[in-house]
Every structure is written in structure tokens, then in C-alpha cells.
Ligand binder design. Structure first.
Ligand SMILES: [Zn+2]
Length: 406
């Protein structure tokens, strides 16, 4: 038993005070560090299910380290037969950029959404492209959210290098028609033509489909893997909207089909289905379909879906963005799109989530989505999480679950 004398009390109280102050100080020093770790990287450190191929997000700073990384998943992707990457674009704006890797052959379809997306796309591509060469670039149509990252922009400290400046491009395939006279389109053409002057081949999608002017309808990009340019009626007819001019791409991986329709809308889709039914025995079932026009209600219509019966659907979009409409069911991915696609698959994945439009708050939904093929087996590995759309908090809050997904 320790006896405490009255005369010792002041000393003891002083010692206790010092102890309390030191303890509180240590706690304050520790808490923000643990908190920061959980915010920043917690969901990427927990296992083999997800691939650390992204996750840079937050508040519109653009760019950031969303490079491919050199962890196990990145190596599986690197060594897989074929991978298709639906990219986050470093901002709150919807747009497309899809990277396709088949061995040493690197393909980029579109470079949206804004000029500021270029660093995000380049940072990602640099995780996979070792020789600085993009063998194929496809620009689907003249809208900013598909071509803004191709050309360089800004000046001085704010200068941003675009895709054409950063990589040596071997072959550029783009839209035969456009009504656009926008500065964005003019900048795209200037940068494309500079790349052609430096040695790139340039073909329109119609050249490719017709096997004319040196172009080919099909390019072999791997063993039993082809990049095929499909025919779209609006390659050589006037359309009532720019989206219907979109270049349509099919990847043939053995007997498996991957379909990319850009922002093709109902008229373009219907004509695509009819043309292939009349001339090629019909479009075949597609294991992968890039959700047309970012999940808009005007695309992915029943006629197309019943022809291709997609198994996996990946969408480059910012879920819940008010960029185009304040009407919640019409924000991408729209309720109408979800109702139609639900009849075919529940394997639907979305790159980005806008948490507070028009402020700059956005975060990854699935993040960068990789659709991977290894020896004919398919899987989806995502930068943030692998949760299908129907199970996300955003979906449960803002969408009505269609009967097929119940
Ligand atoms: Zn678009």
C-alpha cells in the first residue's frame, strides 16, 4: 500500500496534468494520420479482387496518379489475351475514353471529356504502353466529350499535352461526316493532321468498311483477335444529330464479340441492325457492349439489344451528373436505359459518380473498369470496387429496380 501524504498532493496533481496533456497531444497527432489513410486508400489495400488501376478522384484537380500500376492485377492484365479499359476522365464531366490492349498492340477509342482529361488518360496509358506508340486511335464523332483530349491546349504553366502530342500514333480512324464547326473540332483536325504529317495513316470509317484508299475493314491485333470497323448508314448519309455519325467498332476475339457504338442513337442503331441482318446474317451476340451514349435514354434501344444480347455492359459516365439535365431519372445512366438493359444482364458497370453537381465533387463509382479476357475466360476488375450498378448506393437511392433485377 502506497501512502500519500497531504504535502505530496500538489506534486501529484501537477504530474497528472502533465500526463493528461501528453496523452491528448499524442492522440491529436495520431488521429488525422489514421483518418487520412482510410480516406485515401483503404478500399484499394484489401485484397486481390480489385486492381489498383485508378482511384484518383476527388475534386476536379484533373490528372493525378491513376497509372496502371505494377501490382499483381496489372501484371495479369499485362499478360492477358485482351483487355478493354473504360477510363475515368479526371473531372465531373461525362465523356468516353476506352483503351484496348492486345499484347503489344495499343488502341484508344476516343479521348473525352475535356482538355483537362488528357493528363488522366495519359497517366493511365503510361502504366501499360512501354514504347510510346498507339497502334490505332479511333475518334468516334466530333463532340467535345469524345475528342477534347486528343489535342494539346492552354499555354505557359497551364499548357496540357494531348494524346497526339504525347504518343506516336500509327493509324487514325475517324468519322466520315460531321456538321460541327466548333473550335474543339477544328483543334482536333489540326492536331490529327499534324500527326499525319509526322507519319500517321488516316482513314475514315467508310474507307475502312469499303477497304478503300489503303484502309482495311479488319485489322488483326492479336492471335485470333480483330479490330473491325462496322458500317453505319450515317457514314454516307446526312443525320439529324451528330451522335448518329459515330464510328462503330467491333472487336472479334475468337467467336466473342465486343461492340462499341460511340453515341449512336435510335435511328443509327436501328439502321445498323437492319443492315447487318440484310447483308451479314445479323449482328451476333456480344459478350461486351459499351453502354451507348453514356447510358442515355436515346441509345441502347430494344432493337439493338435484342440483336446483340449483351452479357457485360460498361459505361463511361458520371452517374447522377446534372451536366445535361436536372431531371433525375434522365441523368446518366437513365432509368429508361436501365429498364431496357435489365432484360439482358445485371453485369453493368459505371466509371464515375458525381456527388454534388455543379460543384466539383466526384468520386469513382467502379473507377477505371477493365474487362479482361484470359484464355477465353472473362472477368471485370475495377479500380475502386467491383459492385454492379444495381447494388450501388447511388442506384438504390435514385433508381427504381426493374423486375428483372429483383
Ligand atoms: Zn458523348
Amino acid at each position: 500500500m502506497i501512502k500519500i501524504r497531504k504535502s505530496d498532493l500538489p506534486t501529484l496533481v501537477a504530474l497528472l496534468c502533465i500526463l493528461v496533456i501528453v496523452t491528448v497531444g499524442v492522440c491529436i497527432w495520431l488521429i488525422p494520420r489514421n483518418g487520412g489513410k482510410n480516406d485515401g486508400g483503404g478500399d484499394k489495400n484489401n485484397g486481390t479482387e480489385t486492381v489498383d488501376n485508378g482511384g484518383d478522384s476527388g475534386n476536379g484537380s484533373g490528372g493525378g496518379d491513376n497509372g496502371g500500376g505494377k501490382n499483381n492485377d496489372a501484371e495479369i492484365i499485362q499478360n492477358g489475351d485482351l483487355s478493354v479499359h473504360f477510363l475515368e476522365l479526371g473531372n465531373k464531366y461525362t465523356g468516353d475514353s476506352v483503351y484496348i490492349k492486345s499484347g503489344d498492340v495499343d488502341i484508344l477509342i476516343d479521348a473525352g471529356s475535356k482538355n483537362s482529361s488528357a493528363p488522366a488518360i495519359i497517366s493511365y496509358l503510361d502504366g501499360y504502353i512501354e514504347d510510346g506508340i498507339l497502334e490505332y486511335v479511333v475518334a468516334t464523332h466530333a463532340h467535345e466529350d469524345h475528342i477534347a483530349g486528343f489535342f494539346s491546349s492552354g499555354s505557359g504553366a497551364k499548357r496540357i499535352a494531348g494524346i497526339f502530342e504525347t504518343y506516336e500514333v500509327k493509324t487514325i480512324i475517324d468519322f466520315p461526316r460531321t456538321e460541327s464547326a466548333s473550335k474543339t473540332y477544328q483543334n482536333y483536325v489540326a492536331a490529327r493532321d499534324e500527326e499525319v504529317a509526322a507519319g500517321a495513316r488516316h482513314y475514315t470509317a467508310l474507307d475502312c468498311f469499303k477497304n478503300q484508299n489503303g484502309a482495311s475493314r479488319k485489322y488483326e491485333i492479336g492471335d485470333g483477335i480483330e479490330l473491325e470497323i462496322l458500317y453505319n448508314y450515317y457514314y454516307d448519309h446526312d443525320a439529324s444529330n451528330e451522335n448518329d455519325y459515330s464510328v462503330v467498332v467491333m472487336i472479334n476475339y475468337g467467336e466473342n464479340r465486343y461492340l462499341f457504338t460511340g453515341d449512336l442513337e435510335k435511328s443509327g442503331e436501328d439502321k445498323l441492325v437492319d443492315y447487318y441482318a440484310q447483308n451479314f446474317g445479323g449482328l451476333k451476340k456480344c459478350v461486351l457492349y459499351k453502354g451507348g451514349h453514356h447510358g442515355s435514354s436515346t441509345s441502347s434501344n430494344e432493337k439493338l439489344l435484342s440483336a446483340i444480347r449483351p452479357e457485360y455492359v460498361c459505361i463511361c459516365t458520371c452517374a447522377g451528373s446534372g451536366e445535361y439535365t436536372e431531371t433525375v431519372p434522365n441523368q446518366f445512366p437513365t432509368q429508361a436505359f436501365i429498364d431496357r438493359i435489365s432484360l439482358y444482364t445485371a453485369k453493368v458497370y459505371v466509371t464515375t459518380l458525381v456527388t454534388d453537381y455543379p460543384s466539383n465533387k466526384f468520386e469513382p463509382m467502379n473507377g477505371n473498369i477493365v474487362f479482361l479476357a484470359v484464355n477465353g475466360a472473362f472477368s471485370v476488375v475495377c479500380g475502386n470496387n467491383d459492385t454492379p450498378l444495381k447494388d450501388t448506393d447511388w442506384f438504390l437511392q435514385y433508381r427504381i429496380t426493374p423486375p428483372a433485377w429483383k
